[in-house]
Design a protein around this ligand. Structure first.
Ligand code: SF4
Ligand code: SF4
Length: 397
């Protein structure tokens, strides 16, 4: 994905339009996104109000970012956890290697921060055996692909394609989706027990309690975070909420706007376990990777000059994003070509400014030309982010 140009994106989009299986998967997976979201809102009518509340909390959070990070670190360390700060991907990998070492078995839950720095590939190149434990991410791993969507990485994969991918690993008796899920569950079970390290992402951090909160649909996050004796949590600096209740609210808003179904599990980890079960060593790595610069150049962690100084060119609104993926599902371009319109970690809609901040501004610029400017993404965003405007700014980078 290095050196993505306008021509390369265009070529990938044309190829994807010719791939009937991929298009069928895209259409099927995005067909009911509005209906599902409305059902979620009917079940939880307070969520729209909560979304407004979270937006105003996030506005203050970005102002208070250094203070909140400090508070979180102190509380997390008091809880017995090990806190690490990584200013970029190389830093994160260095910290990670010191904790994981070379070799061994690591089970991993879904993490977009991990995608930003190609973490799985890095660990594998250092001799660690890695298994993605989220079903969608496991399919992405087996196909050497990149996630097509923030919440459901293999959203575009049809049942027949998934069957072909899974057969060599979980056997050929896979008549339906249920049998595939059961097959993967059986395959993964022993990996959880044998793993030396578990690695999870976090959707939110709470500064007042030092908690890392993450949400999953499949329960894989619980096994990843409880069974191995060493746990690593990786996440990014814009997710440090002042209070535990704010962090939970943000997670509930995120899951309701994702437009698939209610998320099944919300996990909170404060530090190592004192009981018989649970990790005895917990590390948290907090990644910046361009976010401080995007905030307008807070100088507390980076001495480099901010990239987006001019307010008219600022991409800082991106940092209000909860990564619910609703803007991607609502986007007419994503509905047709999904992952073909994206960079290393992020696809479509808000994925374009995220690519500019955490990856390559040049690649974001190449991707930005395929936005129709229709505004569907802005309309659905729980944080009210003006995504078309941010994409327009990426065009001028
Ligand atoms: S404005 Fe662009 S990114 Fe947003 S929904 Fe329309 S085409 Fe997609
Ligand atoms: S920009 Fe808004 S809709 Fe898109 S992923 Fe972020 S929070 Fe969700």
């Amino acid at each position: 994905m290095i050196g993505l140009s306008f021509e390369k994106v265009h070529g990938r989009i044309l190829l994807s339009l010719k791939d009937k299986d991929l298009r069928k998967g895209s259409v099927e997976s995005t067909r009911d996104e509005r209906k599902n979201r409305l059902e979620a809102f009917n079940r939880h009518p307070y969520v729209v109000e909560w979304a407004k509340e979270v937006r105003s909390i996030k506005e203050q959070m970005l102002q208070d970012s250094p203070k909140l990070i400090g508070e979180f670190r102190d509380r997390f360390e008091k809880n017995g956890g090990h806190f690490h700060f990584a200013k970029d991907g190389d830093d994160l990998k260095r910290e990670l290697l010191q904790v994981v070492g070379k070799g061994g078995l690591l089970v991993k839950s879904k993490s977009l921060v991990g995608e930003e720095v190609a973490l799985r590939q890095f660990l594998q190149s250092n001799g660690t055996t890695v298994f993605e434990t989220d079903l969608g991410e496991f399919l992405v791993q087996l196909t050497n692909g990149v996630p097509a969507h923030m919440v459901t990485p293999a959203v575009n994969m049809t049942e027949s394609r998934a069957r072909k991918v899974l057969e060599p690993y979980v056997g050929s008796e896979l008549p339906n989706v249920e049998s595939m899920v059961l097959g993967v569950r059986k395959f993964m079970r022993e990996k959880f027990f044998d793993a030396d390290v578990g690695l999870v992402g976090a959707n939110a951090l709470a500064a007042d309690t030092g908690s890392a909160i993450f949400i999953t649909n499949e329960g894989n996050g619980a096994l990843t975070s409880i069974l191995p004796s060493k746990l690593i949590i990786i996440t990014s600096i814009e997710k440090v909420y002042p209070r535990f209740t704010d962090a939970i609210k943000a997670c509930v808003v995120q899951t309701n706007y994702s437009g698939f179904m209610n998320t099944s599990y919300i996990h909170a980890i404060n530090g190592p376990s004192a009981g018989a079960l649970g990790p005895k060593e917990v590390h948290l790595i907090l990644l910046d990777n361009g976010r401080t610069k995007a905030m307008g150049g807070l100088q507390h962690m980076s001495k480099k000059a901010p990239t987006f100084r001019d307010e008219r060119m600022s991409l800082s609104e991106t940092l209000y994003c909860l990564k619910c993926g609703a803007c991607q599902l609502a986007c007419p371009v994503f509905k047709e070509v999904d992952g073909a319109w994206g960079g290393q970690a992020y696809t479509a809609a808000i994925g374009i400014p995220w690519t500019a901040i955490t990856g390559s501004p040049t690649e974001a610029k190449a991707l930005s030309y395929f936005c129709l400017g229709c505004g569907e993404c802005k309309e659905i965003c729980p944080m009210g982010i003006d995504i078309p405007e941010l994409i327009r700014r990426c065009k001028s980078i």
